[in-house]
Design a binder for this molecule. Structure first.
Ligand code: GLN
Length: 479
């Protein structure tokens, strides 16, 4: 096998046996990036092995190159959030989750493309251009962590970092045929992660094999005094405790048909449920009556929080500023409006405007408050469901990967793709996307949600599915 086809575990074994050096591993991935990236546009920046700031100590990931979504601050390495606003921003510090990986020997091989400020479901909203799906270049890679999913799928790195506010790890993972985990809200520190919607944002890993996913989850997790929402807990030995386990009661959502499904996705999902039944996995129907409202609740809350978080990009202390050298601004308002008008893309502007509207006096009760109440109702429904089952299964999305340009004219059509993923963000529960063993040309993913802090169940069941060959784990070697 070529180095780019190996998992992190296999790379670590080869390094330990001295069959290959860390520098050779890094360089072979770099060559692979140089060959494939011009076709898929997954990386925004690529590093060099001699750079000091791409490595930390020695540890359990020594010599494994990782791709980092360009949303995580990396000291001395440009971090853009795929926005013109931060095109030349070089952070003075590193995000905690990245630091945790560097402390265990991982090496940053580059920064990955994404939707601008993580706002999108197809990675078409990037200032640096769309990411293309490595399985078919005419199709989207999914978003917003499209670079993270495409890079792992095409063997440009064995593990990548993504972020998930409403599905941004799971959706691109499913479109590209890799796995991705969104942890419980509070499991991983958000320090140094550029904020989109703070009550929903979580970091998480993408990989091709459960063992790699578990190791990255274990290393990235943990309390951080720099993030007051991070959770104090000692139980995070996900990799050490990993064991294939099929003893879970799986819940399937009653009446999923009320959502508007792409027939091919529905069939793939139903076949998978049948496969589980034939393996004697216990399956039970559960009720989630607020499910069809998740998109409305999510977008109201996410846009409101985004409008507040993005107010910091005013061009005063850092980030893009309109060139006032020829004509100074007539007022402070003009300074802001010219700067911000040029710095943000269309979708980001739309969200700032809608979010500000929803939060404005007189409308607050009608929109934000109402969405928050429904969010609570959703949490109660999911709590009730978890009294009956251990895991909740569903497709990742109602639609599969679509062609570039097919959905981005109509924002509501784009938002529809997030009906099933936003559920986990709104309720703070951990969730994974696993790639079904590929029967059709384009990959399809399935989602499992677990109760708070039960990432171990997701990983243990994942290892069982992987060992039974029910989910795929190879590089998409089509390019
Ligand atoms: N597609 C969703 C949005 O645009 C989710 C994005 C994300 O998880 N960052 O808000």
């Amino acid at each position: 096998m070529e180095i780019y086809q190996l998992s992190a575990q296999q790379i670590l074994e080869r390094i330990a046996k001295k069959e290959v050096s860390k520098e050779e591993v890094f360089d072979s991935f770099k060559k692979r990036i140089e060959k494939i990236n011009p076709q898929i546009n997954a990386f925004i920046s690529v590093t060099d092995y001699r750079q000091e700031n791409i490595r930390g100590d020695e540890g359990r990931l020594s010599g494994v190159p990782i791709g980092v979504k360009d949303l995580f601050c990396t000291k001395g390495i440009r971090t853009t959030a795929a926005s013109k606003a931060l095109e030349n921003f070089v952070p003075p510090y590193t995000a905690t989750v990245v630091k945790n990986l560097l402390n265990e020997g991982a090496i940053i091989s580059g920064k990955l493309n994404m939707d601008e400020f993580a706002m999108g479901s197809s990675n078409e909203n990037s200032f640096f251009g769309a990411v293309k799906n490595p399985v078919d270049l005419e199709y989207v890679a999914g978003g917003s962590s499209g670079g993270s999913a495409a890079a792992v799928a095409a063997g440009l790195c064995p593990i990548s970092l993504g972020s998930d506010t409403g599905g941004s790890i799971r959706l691109p993972a499913s479109y590209c045929g890799v796995m991705g985990l969104k942890p419980t809200y509070g499991r991983m520190s958000r320090y140094g992660m550029i904020s989109y919607a703070s009550s929903l944002d979580q970091a998480g890993p993408l990989a091709r094999r459960i063992e790699d996913l578990a190791l990255a989850t274990e290393i990235m997790s943990g309390f951080d005094e720099k993030d007051s929402t991070s959770f104090k807990s000692e139980e995070k030995a996900f990799y050490q405790k990993l064991k294939a386990d099929s003893q879970f009661k799986v819940g399937v959502i009653k009446g999923l048909d009320r959502l508007n499904f792409d027939p091919a996705i529905k069939t793939a999902y139903e076949e998978f449920v049948e496969e589980l039944r034939s393996k004697k996995i216990e399956i039970e129907s559960i009720e989630l009556s607020s499910l069809e409202h998740t998109v409305s609740i999510y977008y109201l809350i996410a846009m409101s929080e985004a409008s507040s978080n993005l107010s910091r990009y005013d061009g005063v202390r850092f980030g893009y500023r309109h060139d006032f050298s020829k004509e100074p601004p007539g007022s402070l308002e003009e300074f802001y409006s010219k700067t911000r008008g040029e710095a943000f893309g269309k979708e980001v502007k739309r969200r700032i405007l809608l979010g500000s509207y929803a939060l404005s006096a007189g409308y607050f009760d009608q929109f934000y408050q109402k969405a928050s109440l429904l969010r609570r109702k959703l949490s109660l429904e999911i709590e009730e469901a978890f009294k009956k089952v251990d895991l909740i299964l569903s497709p990742v999305s109602t639609v599969g990967a679509f062609k570039i340009g097919e959905r981005n004219k109509d924002p509501l059509k784009m938002y529809e793709t997030d009906q099933l993923t936003t559920l986990a963000n709104l309720t703070g529960t951990p969730a994974v996307s696993f790639p079904l063993s590929q029967k059709s040309k384009l990959p399809v993913g399935i989602q499992f949600i677990a109760p708070h802090f039960k990432e171990q169940s997701l990983l243990d069941f994942g290892l069982y599915l992987q060992s039974e060959g029910l989910i795929r784990s190879e590089v998409q070697d089509v390019l």
